[in-house]
Design a binder for this molecule. Structure first.
Ligand SMILES: Nc1ncnc2c1ncn2[C@@H]1O[C@H](COP(=O)(O)OP(=O)(O)OP(=O)(O)O)[C@@H](O)[C@H]1O
Ligand SMILES: [Mg+2]
Length: 331
């Protein structure tokens, strides 16, 4: 066994003997650690339910999954009909909240993109190209060319999630048959109005969920295209890793401008959002170095201090749809 999991201490002890040929053990600490038997629902209830609840309170939220190819990132983020992942469970939580809070009015927008070889495409609209415009000072992002869907029911949003997932670029690599060849980005925009007396205010929040492509040994891919994709994925993840290390060590000048992914994540990682990172590992022999990379990434990410988050209270001129009524109309 090259790694020991201590779920009580939230610690993974890694045995470096297979890499250094010397018996060295290093401990990595995290906020939470789960063993191989955890399922998506239990993981969500333990950790992500609280994170998504922050979006319903008017805070921006960003969730992303990191790890080597085949480690289970897409299984965790997207899941399938049998075992829904974080995205579908988050949609369920949002609509449960709407149903049980009739005093709140909601306006919900949904979009789904992928970053493939540094370019962004709208997965819900014929892969239209999207241009990312960011204003790091204001911690804001805008997407030129992206069409957002006004959503009025849980089933409609689930349909959009499924459509987005079908459209993402996946193919066989040396590890498995459905490898993500791009970073998939799901954004749920929430505008919320509380109509109770004394509480009449408008809040906005963005919930962004990213399924990253996994780091891989690009040269192991058979096709030229596969090799090129692997190189592009690794490069993009390298820039992300650099930013995470810069943030963890509180470096003054951070390197967010180097890639589309880091530009996209910059507002969130600079204190503009509640951020939850999930790191997937697989206990496959021979993958020691990539396993260390994941441990290193996760433990650096868990040291980042995002400071105090700001609730997004908006002006009063937003148009609202009383979602409860729309939902009834859709039943
Ligand atoms: N916890 C799990 N339970 C059941 N099956 C799993 C689990 N994790 C992963 N798998 C299966 O392992 C395979 C690889 O998982 P997945 O596609 O999620 O990997 P990935 O990390 O997204 O890889 P890549 O970086 O190449 O996209 C899939 O067939 C998936 O269904
Ligand atoms: Mg994947």
């Amino acid at each position: 066994m090259f790694a020991q999991i201590d779920q009580e201490q939230n610690r993974i002890s890694f045995d470096y003997t297979n890499i250094t040929k010397q018996s060295v053990q290093k401990d990595y600490d995290f906020h939470r650690v789960f063993g191989p038997t955890i399922n998506n629902q239990a993981l969500y209830d333990d950790t992500f339910r609280n994170t998504v609840a922050r979006a319903l309170e008017g805070f921006n939220v960003c969730i992303f999954g990191y790890g080597q190819t085949g480690a289970g990132k897409t299984h965790t983020m997207a899941g399938d009909a049998k075992e829904p992942g974080i995205v579908r469970l988050a949609v369920g939580q949002i609509f449960d909240h709407i149903r049980s809070n009739p005093q709140r009015m909601f306006n919900i927008k949904f979009s789904c993109m992928e970053i493939y070889d540094e370019k962004i495409y709208d997965l819900l609209h014929e892969r239209n190209p999207v241009i990312l415009m960011s204003d790091p000072k204001k911690k804001k992002l805008a997407f030129k060319g992206l069409e957002e869907h006004q959503v009025s029911s849980e089933s409609e949003m689930m349909e959009q999630v499924a459509k987005g997932m079908q459209g993402k670029t996946m193919t066989k690599n040396y590890k498995h048959d459905h490898s993500s060849r791009s970073h998939t980005v799901i954004r749920i925009g929430l505008e919320m109005r509380d109509t109770r007396a004394g509480l009449d205010r408008v809040m906005v929040a963005s919930l962004m969920m990213v399924d990253l492509a996994g780091s891989e040994a690009a040269h192991k891919n058979e096709s030229t295209k596969g090799k090129a994709e692997g190189i592009s994925i690794n490069k993009s993840l390298l820039f992300l890793k650099q930013c995470i290390h810069d943030l963890a060590s509180q470096k003054k000048d951070k390197s967010f401008r180097n890639s589309t992914l880091t530009r996209l994540l910059e507002p969130s990682l600079s204190g503009g959002a509640a951020v939850a990172v999930i790191c997937n590992m697989t206990p496959v022999a021979g993958d020691f170095k990539v396993a260390v990379d994941t441990l290193d990434f996760g433990s650096s990410a868990s040291k980042i201090d995002l400071g105090l988050l700001k609730q997004n209270v908006a002006g009063d001129n937003t148009e609202f749809h009383k979602l409860q009524e729309l939902m009834q109309a859709h039943c």
